[in-house]
Design a protein around this ligand. Structure first.
Ligand SMILES: [Mg+2]
Length: 233
């Protein structure tokens, strides 16, 4: 791949690339547990946290019935008093802790100033992805947002990447993908000829070798990378 071709567009993964999804989940789940305990549910705080995380791992991170499953496992049925206490505490904590990583806003502003087109490609459901983008106030930056509901295929399928590039009116070789999941973000983008950056700061897998063209510790590093490639001083 010719690394010197100017970059005209950047496609971002959303969760754990633009926003700290796992941190938000952790804080929100812990709040939910404390909320349920305060409502009178007799459970162990630490064990319950492990149980709920394993329910997410089993049924998916977007599962909306996690506390129903948890209550059924813990006390044998869904008590709506405890369920409400958990959900309300969860939502309040989620709202307060859904935060972009450091330098995300500055980086997107700077890329826009350089005339770089921006898009999001996410495996999250459309509604949840858009909610997160709105919470973060990032909705003005993106020319395209392609979610699982738009493409019907998860990364590393080339379909969502191709859909985003079509909307940006760019070719794969003119663009850069940045994501935290090598097997999906890097592999998917690389196979169609995009350049790739691995978001080390969002890594939850303990990745040793990302396979990306660049491993970045901070999102703002992509400004430096693009300036170098595009010969901007
Ligand atoms: Mg991700």
């Amino acid at each position: 791949m010719n690394k010197s071709i100017p970059i005209k567009g950047v496609i971002f993964d959303l969760d754990n690339t633009l926003l700290d999804f796992m941190k938000m989940k952790e804080v929100a789940v812990k709040s939910a547990i404390r909320g349920m305990i305060e409502a009178g549910l007799e459970i162990d705080e630490i064990e319950s946290f492990k149980d709920i995380i394993s329910i997410y791992e089993e049924f998916g991170w977007e599962n909306q019935k996690v506390f129903d499953v948890f209550l059924t496992k813990s006390i044998g049925y869904v008590d709506n008093k405890f369920l409400a206490a958990g959900i309300v505490a969860y939502r309040r904590a989620r709202e307060a802790n859904l935060l972009a990583y450091p330098n995300v806003n500055r980086t997107l502003v700077n890329l826009t100033k350089l005339g770089i087109k921006l898009a999001v490609v996410s495996d999250a459901p459309s509604r949840e992805a858009w909610m997160r983008i709105y919470y973060l106030n990032l909705y003005h930056f993106f020319d395209a947002v392609i979610t699982f509901d738009d493409s019907g295929e998860r990364k590393p399928s080339s379909t969502p990447f191709e859909m985003a590039l079509k909307k940006l009116k760019l070719k794969p070789q003119d663009s850069l993908m940045i994501g935290d999941w090598p097997d999906r973000d890097v592999v998917g983008a690389k196979q169609i000829g995009m350049r790739t950056a691995f978001a080390v700061y969002g890594d939850t897998f303990g990745t040793k070798y990302s396979g990306a063209d660049w491993d970045i510790q901070d999102i703002s590093e992509i400004i430096t990378i693009i300036k170098q490639i595009n010969n901007i001083v």
